[in-house]
Ligand binder design. Structure first.
Ligand code: PBG
Length: 333
């Protein structure tokens, strides 16, 4: 930014450019489009199920047939992709999270149904064991420790299972070391070299995941916390090292999570690497906006659009968000 010689009041008046709508439109630096949004969807077993998630007003757990309708809606709204997350009840959970490897699990059945009917929609799969374990951790637990290397072996098999079902983007959210490289090799060995990896590269141990854990049935289940694998919210340099490693291991794109409280990380990651960079506007961020709007304390629609725009202004190429269809409608798609 140069210091213009005339850039002094009263010759220079910043309000001049803001006076009219046409002028504000002309000088607008950041524009949001449905192309920027990945719709986060929660799945639940059954048929014709639309079960509201209490802590996320407007979000329902959807059975595969309802998720298919959502995919058709996404297509009509111009949304490029869906990110799927499975709810599992207590009976479906085991110490090792066996359901993650079942080719007929909820995720795989839903992916096949969507890919059959709406193949032009991108499908992203979360890779981690927490929807399937009876302790709610993302990895395997041995003597109270979440073990790394043994978990990575399972995550590779989970990823291949998802790729076989038709998922286009494998998105490891577990924060184990070395999992991106191992998953890349595992996918390639099975002929899935065209399947992308979006690494949850800088994922923080955050309070903002609360509503999600209720949504997937992990809320009462999680023993302890995830601070031995997810990042300390105090750290930013460490996020850059995480991103560097994931890119070196073969990640096609990287993600910062949560979103709004971590926009400084989004900006630094984008500036440092120039790689496709995504932010996850997580469940707690969604819930905060919805709750304040329900109380009449903020204009929920405007807060939604402003929050999504902020991600783009910070350098994100796209946002994973539960607001995707509402925002796309508002954008007039
Ligand atoms: C699990 C996972 C989480 C989210 C996505 N994948 C929660 C967690 O790490 O505990 C959070 C999503 C959200 O809050 O919207 N690996």
């Amino acid at each position: 930014m140069k210091n213009h010689p005339l850039s002094r009041f009263p010759a220079m008046r910043m309000r001049r450019l803001r006076r009219t709508d046409w002028s504000r439109r002309l000088i607008r630096e950041t524009v949001l489009s449905p192309d920027d949004l990945i719709w986060a969807l929660i799945l639940k077993d059954g048929d014709g199920v639309r079960e509201p998630v209490e802590a996320m007003p407007g979000v329902c757990r959807l059975s595969p047939d309802e998720a298919l309708k959502a995919a058709q809606e996404a297509k009509a709204l111009g949304l490029p992709a869906l990110a799927l997350f499975p709810h599992t009840d207590a009976e479906g959970r085991t110490p090792e999270g066996d359901a993650a490897l079942d080719p007929d699990n909820l995720m795989c059945r839903t992916a096949r149904a969507i890919k059959d009917a709406v193949p032009e929609i991108g499908l992203m799969a979360d890779v981690a064991l927490d929807p399937y374990t009876d302790h709610g951790h993302d990895g395997l637990v041995r003597e109270g420790e979440i073990v790394n290397d043994e978990t990575v072996d399972v995550l590779v098999r989970q990823s291949v299972n998802q790729a076989r079902a038709g998922f286009d983007i494998i998105a490891p959210s577990d924060m184990m070391d070395g999992r991106v490289g191992a998953i890349r090799a595992g996918l390639d060995a099975e002929g899935f070299d065209h399947v992308q990896i979006m690494a949850y590269a800088a994922k923080y141990a955050s309070a903002f995941y609360g509503p999600y854990r209720e949504a997937i049935g992990a809320a009462g289940v999680l023993k302890g916390d995830k601070r031995t694998y997810q990042m300390d919210p105090s750290n930013a340099e460490e996020a850059l090292r995480e991103v560097a490693l994931d890119l070196a291991e073969g990640a096609d794109s990287v993600m910062v999570k949560p979103g709004m409280a971590y926009l400084d990380i989004v900006r630094r990651v984008k500036d440092a690497f120039g790689a496709p960079t995504f932010a996850f506007q997580v469940s707690g961020e969604y819930a905060m906006i919805k709750a304040a709007a329900a109380n009449g304390w903020i204009d929920g629609e405007r807060a939604m659009m402003e929050s999504l725009l902020a991600f783009k202004r910070a350098g994100a190429d796209g946002v994973i968000t539960y607001f995707a269809p509402d925002a796309a409608r508002r954008l007039g798609a």
